[in-house]
Design a binder for this molecule. Structure first.
Ligand code: CA
Length: 250
């Protein structure tokens, strides 16, 4: 009797767990106590947590696993946090990243943000602050993560932050990915250079609209020249080739 009831309860519990959307977080922190402390706090909030204790391991995990957010220490053995982040962004990985910096190292903060960090927390911190910032980052990221958009042979997976042509994953920098993503979200519309600058760069980035041309040129080389049309004096338009599969799913 008791055993059957316990089993039933356990089964119901497992079913509930399966139904919950699991949010995966990677912690890259060489301070073992701090790493464990963060992991425990996140697991308590039902996040699925992976842990790395040096930059190389962290970079590998972030490069191969689909995380919803990453907590990345800047001072790490093997490979420093800024390099880890730069490599991810260069490979088109745009998951939200919260960096941890030391109080007396303001230059790390700047380098981290330049490398593509979404937010930072200065050590020492309260774990609650990290939790709140992670929640905010995930919320923000899922707000514009719809799913998959197609334009001809190009497919954009906004959740996995990946794009492919004919099923082959493209190697895009974070700027190229953002550009492609913006054009694909506005398929068929003319998008001005100013609008692209606004959406591609963070507040303090050098907002030179000439660089947009460079990015468009690079993107054309990767996805095919015909997909991005230059509308003289107005901007760019991405149009699917006639008769091709297009549309949004999910
Ligand atoms: Ca450290």
């Amino acid at each position: 009797m008791m055993q059957a009831a316990a089993r039933k309860f356990w089964q119901a519990e497992e079913a509930t767990k399966r139904e919950q959307v699991q949010v995966r977080i990677l912690i890259v922190e060489d301070d073992k106590d701090l790493n464990r402390q963060l992991a425990e706090a996140l697991e308590e909030q039902a996040y699925v947590v992976d842990r790395a204790h040096d930059g190389e391991e962290g970079h590998f995990l972030g490069d191969t696993e689909p995380y919803d957010a990453v907590i990345l220490d800047i001072g790490l053995p093997e490979m420093d946090g800024v390099t880890v982040l730069e490599k991810w962004r260069a490979d088109g990985r745009i998951m939200p990243v919260l960096i941890l910096t030391a109080r007396d190292r303001w230059s790390d903060k700047v380098a981290g943000i330049d490398a593509g960090a979404d937010d930072y927390v200065t050590k020492p911190f309260h774990v609650e602050e990290v939790l709140a910032r992670i929640r905010a980052l995930i919320r923000r990221a899922s707000g514009h993560a719809s799913s998959e958009i197609a334009c001809g042979s190009v497919r954009l997976d906004t959740k996995a932050s990946k794009a492919s042509v004919d099923g082959v994953t493209l190697k895009l920098t974070s700027h190229e990915f953002r550009l492609l993503s913006y054009l694909m979200h506005h398929m068929g519309e003319v998008v001005s250079r100013t609008e692209l600058v606004e959406h591609m760069y963070d507040q303090d980035f050098d907002r030179d609209s000439n660089t947009i041309e460079v990015f468009v040129g690079r993107l054309r080389k990767k996805i095919g020249v015909e997909l991005i049309e230059t509308v003289r004096g107005l901007g760019y338009r991405m149009t699917p080739p006639e008769g091709s599969g297009t549309g949004k799913t999910g």
